[in-house]
Design a protein around this ligand. Structure first.
Ligand code: HEM
Ligand SMILES: *[C@@H]1O[C@H](CO)[C@@H](O)[C@H](O)[C@H]1NC(C)=O
Ligand SMILES: *[C@@H]1O[C@H](CO)[C@@H](O)[C@H](O)[C@H]1NC(C)=O
Ligand SMILES: *[C@@H]1O[C@H](CO)[C@@H](O)[C@H](O)[C@H]1NC(C)=O
Ligand SMILES: *[C@H]1O[C@H](CO)[C@@H](O)[C@H](O)[C@H]1NC(C)=O
Length: 432
């Protein structure tokens, strides 16, 4: 009862204070939001400026100007329109995307098997498939993207202390941009359909002037340069940075977990989502579209992966000098809503009850993920299906990072950037 009343009080306070955002740099109270109703209220009521303010570090580090960093609402609307237009895949496009994914995973010349570092492998596979399958790069793109995931990682980590690392961030970012530029030149898309990157940079240009003229930008914001408005990173960062995490944690839970659990542990028997997985994957890959996915158990796996390991762990808003940190991960693991097994990976939980009111991996409200409805889940499922049907993990090298999971089969895998940096597995090609 007390919990309900205090929630109501907080909601009431939020209603009073969370009105239209204005810029205040003086105070900086931080509110960690772990209650789903409060989170929904803030997300529903917040505007693009309240998102752009806390994301200025992203703009500085990656030299981008997209709806995450740029507070122009018209730019956001048109950007999202381009996304919606370009992700509206028909059956043929999904089949093409899945073929690219399968081809990429099986390409042993570039994506080596044997003892490999799992995370860079997952990142490279994901980046290649997104660049080729969605952004129209040509088939040879993987030959030139080798260092790109590592550069993105470095920039991300160093951006936490931007001032200290400014020089090396700038070095990394110009290297990164050069590599992308080279990749684009080398693999000019002669493909059907529209060029997503060109389309986005076109609408960015249209807003070049009104972006700069926004009166509220006179302090605190640095106006975007043309280069920032044009960079393919404006779309690569939102699409790739989320997708590789989904693929990684699905592989960890489905494949790596087995090696970490003491074989005779009774908890092992709970993993019955794996029973028909091979069949589900085969069925899904026959017709890899969202409508197939909806009735396939891969859908449960994607959902559960995004619950336990939300790719966006926290969503930030700054409004009237208040910093809101919406702790999506905590909300997704709350035992009072999800039950005592909230820390366990159990895809079946999405079969039983309607959990939609406590589940916000794509955020909610008008600024929710532009790809949340069909595209992101279908891409995730294709990545997972391509990997699980083409390769198998037959060994995991023991090290400190994984020892604790051996002792505790219920422990969720850590969900920060460097958690599995040093995980080495023996990856074998399946001869199917
Ligand atoms: C499973 C994968 C993904 C997850 C978990 C995810 C999550 C999110 C979240 C939480 C937001 C809101 C962020 C905020 O308000 O601070 C968001 C926004 C957005 N996402 Fe995604 N995303 C995913 C994949 C993608 C992909 C593949 C694309 C592009 C094709 C994409 C494009 C966008 C865009 C454009 C926005 C801004 C939407 C707006 O402001 O109206 N996302 N995403
Ligand atoms: C969500 O936001 C819209 C527009 O800002 C507002 O009209 C509506 O009342 C809000 N809904 C909730 C549940 O807060
Ligand atoms: C599923 O496929 C993998 C790889 O081919 C194989 O190792 C595993 O035994 C299969 N599982 C079942 C239940 O058939
Ligand atoms: C990796 O696993 C494969 C298949 O079990 C095995 O043949 C190979 O020898 C292993 N690699 C190494 C370096 O041990
Ligand atoms: C198997 O389970 C039993 C009982 O839980 C435990 O005592 C034993 O140590 C386990 N075996 C291994 C190899 O861990």
């Amino acid at each position: 009862m007390f919990v309900i009343i205090s929630s109501l009080v907080i909601l009431l306070l939020l209603t009073i204070f969370y009105k239209k955002c204005t810029l205040h740099y003086s105070s900086s109270q931080i509110f960690l939001i772990t209650n789903i109703d409060e989170a929904r209220k803030i997300l529903n009521d917040s505007d693009i400026l309240s998102r752009a303010i806390p994301n200025q570090g992203l703009k500085k580090a990656f030299q981008i100007s997209n709806p995450f960093t740029n507070p122009n609402e018209n730019y956001r609307k048109e950007f999202v329109k381009v996304i919606h237009k370009t992700i509206n895949f028909d059956n043929n496009k999904w089949q093409r995307f899945a073929n690219i994914a399968l081809e990429t995973v099986k390409n042993e010349k570039v994506f080596k098997t044997g003892f490999i570092e799992l995370v860079p492998w997952v990142q490279k596979i994901t980046l290649s498939i997104i660049l080729r399958g969605y952004l129209g790069f040509a088939a040879n793109v993987y030959e030139v993207i080798d260092d790109i995931p590592k550069l993105i990682n470095d920039i991300w980590l160093k951006s936490k202390q931007y001032d200290k690392n400014q020089k090396s961030i700038q070095q990394s970012i110009s290297l990164l941009k050069n590599k992308l530029y080279r990749a684009a030149l080398m693999s000019q898309s002669k493909d059907e359909g529209i060029n997503v990157i060109q389309e986005i940079s076109k609408i960015a240009h249209k807003h070049l002037n009104d972006i700069q003229e926004l009166p509220q930008l006179t302090s605190g914001f640095i106006n975007p340069t043309e280069d920032e408005l044009e960079t393919p990173l404006n779309i690569i960062i939102p699409a790739y940075e989320t997708m590789w995490r989904v693929l990684l944690y699905a592989i960890l839970e489905i494949k790596v977990r087995e090696f970490l659990i003491v074989k005779n542990n009774s908890k092992m028997k709970k993993n019955n989502h794996l029973k028909d997985l091979n069949n589900s994957i085969d069925n899904f890959l026959k017709n890899p579209t969202y409508s197939t996915l909806k009735t396939n158990s891969l859908n449960l796996i994607v959902k559960e992966t995004l619950r336990l390991y939300p790719a966006t762990r926290r969503i930030h808003r700054t409004c009237n000098g208040r910093k809101y940190m919406i702790d999506v991960e905590k909300i997704h693991r709350d035992p009072t809503t999800w039950g005592d097994d909230s820390l366990c990976f159990k895809p079946e939980r999405f079969e039983k009850s309607d959990t939609s009111s406590w589940y916000i991996p794509f955020s909610v409200g008008k600024m929710k993920c532009a790809a949340s409805e069909k595209f992101a889940p279908t891409v995730a499922a294709i990545l997972i299906a391509a990997v699980l049907s083409s390769v198998d993990i037959v060994d995991v090298v023991d090290n400190e990072a994984i020892n604790k999971y051996r002792k505790n089969p219920d422990l969720p895998f850590e969900n920060h950037r460097l958690a599995f940096d040093k995980m080495i597995v023996n990856l074998t090609t399946l001869s199917k």
